[in-house]
Structure formats: structure tokens, C-alpha cells
Design a protein around this ligand. Structure first.
Ligand code: SF4
Length: 232
């Protein structure tokens, strides 16, 4: 549906994650432990040691830029200079603006994981990968928190949606990267659509009237993909 132009487009915002500590429960979840399952002491100890050693060295970052939504339908979302296709039109259909974001754990944690693997310290490598994934998630949470501070009266945020999930084709990464200067946070999109550093999350978050965003609810509650790892 066509939209009024709404608020002016914001400038790019870059967020630093220095001092950010990932939730250990999330690290254990990425290591394959179900919620509330007991964690082997040797694994818990390795996570604690890795966090202590690596947190002062790593540099997680995030960026976002808000665009007005020009038009949307169930399978289309049009922003100035970019069109997303797939179910994103349904998920962000109530949004009048959309924040395009990147959140990365940075290169250091990926390098630590690779060094551990090359040294045949497989548990150490897995722990670093899990910390990296949890850090990228923590930077998404920081992005959401920052975006909440940008909301006008009566506005709310949708959940974040990423290309490759929720019926948004992975190829839409190209569209997303066309809307941001990813070099500001040291992120690259490879021809395979994989991002470098590996522990990076890209996506869109809608901003719309609180009552309509709430009424739409959580699409995961209606989604048939029961095994989806991104289920919220
Ligand atoms: S379960 Fe949720 S996150 Fe996963 S594809 Fe469905 S809507 Fe998307």
C-alpha cells in the first residue's frame, strides 16, 4: 500500500560494543545445550576462560540506517532505491519506516576460533565460535535498544528479520548491502552471499504504529517451520 513520506531518513548510526559481554546461557545454547540443561564443568570452565581472555581484545560493532517505507504488500517492501521481495512485505507490512542493520562480533573472535581449530583445540574453537555468535546477537540487542530511543510517540519496533530466514531469499543480502556502507563496521558481502567476518547478522527491523505492530504479533507463532533455529 502507498505510504505518506513519514519522518525524514536518519543518518547512519554506528554502535561500538566495547565491554559487551555475551549472555553465557546464549553461548551454551550455541554450543548445543538446550535451555536449562546442565553444562559439563569442563565446558563451562572453557567458556569462562575464553571470555576472560578474549573480551578485552574483541571489537563487536553494529550499524543501522532508517529508511521510509514507500510501498508494501504481502511479498514486497519498497524503500528508496531498493525493493525487497519474499515474506518481508508481510512481516513489515505495518511499518512506516525500516531500519536496515548489520551487527558483527568482529574479526578477532573468528581469528581466535580458527587459530584454536588449527591447533587441534576443537573444544576451544567451538567455544570461540559460540561466543562470536552470542556476541553478534548481543549487538543486535544493542541495536534494538538504541532504535527504541529513536521512536516517536505511539511507535513500536517489529522483530528483526534476516535474509535467508522467514521466507526472505538469501540473495536479498545484495539489496540490503546496497543500503549501507558496510565498510564502516568492517563487514564484507562475499559473492556466495556469506558475510565476512562470519559472526555477523544482517537484517531489517520495522518501525510502525504500536497498536498495529502489536496486533500483528510474533509471526513465529504462526510459522510452520517447527525446527527453525531463529524461532523467537
Ligand atoms: S519460525 Fe520465525 S524466525 Fe523461523 S522462519 Fe518462521 S517466522 Fe521466521
Amino acid at each position: 500500500m502507498p505510504r505518506a513520506s513519514g519522518k525524514a531518513e536518519a543518518e547512519t548510526v554506528v554502535l561500538e560494543g566495547a565491554g559487551l559481554k555475551p549472555d553465557p546461557a546464549e553461548v551454551f545454547r550455541y554450543l548445543g545445550y538446550p535451555k536449562d540443561a546442565p553444562v559439563e564443568p569442563r565446558v563451562a570452565q572453557r567458556v569462562e576462560q575464553a571470555l576472560e581472555k578474549l573480551l578485552p581484545e574483541i571489537r563487536p560493532r553494529a550499524m543501522y540506517r532508517i529508511y521510509p517505507v514507500l510501498r508494501s504488500s504481502a511479498h514486497r517492501l519498497e524503500l528508496p532505491g531498493a525493493v525487497f521481495t519474499g515474506r518481508i512485505g508481510e512481516f513489515l507490512g505495518e511499518a512506516q519506516r525500516a531500519a536496515i542493520f548489520l551487527a558483527t562480533a568482529g574479526t578477532e573472535i573468528v581469528a581466535a576460533a580458527e587459530a584454536a581449530m588449527q591447533g587441534r583445540d576443537f573444544l576451544g574453537g567451538l567455544v570461540c565460535h559460540a561466543i562470536g555468535a552470542a556476541l553478534a546477537e548481543a549487538m543486535v540487542a544493542r541495536t534494538i535498544e538504541h532504535l527504541r530511543g529513536q521512536l516517536g510517540a505511539g511507535e513500536a519496533l517489529t522483530l528483526p528479520y534476516s535474509p535467508g530466514y522467514c521466507g526472505i531469499p538469501l540473495e536479498q543480502q545484495r539489496t540490503l548491502f546496497g543500503l549501507l556502507d558496510a565498510s564502516l563496521v568492517g563487514v564484507q558481502l562475499l559473492p556466495t552471499m556469506i558475510m565476512r567476518p562470519l559472526k555477523t547478522i544482517s537484517g531489517l527491523i520495522g518501525i510502525g504504529p504500536e497498536d498495529r505492530v502489536r496486533a500483528y504479533g510474533n509471526p513465529c507463532d504462526r510459522c510452520p517451520l517447527v525446527d527453525c533455529q531463529m524461532r523467537r
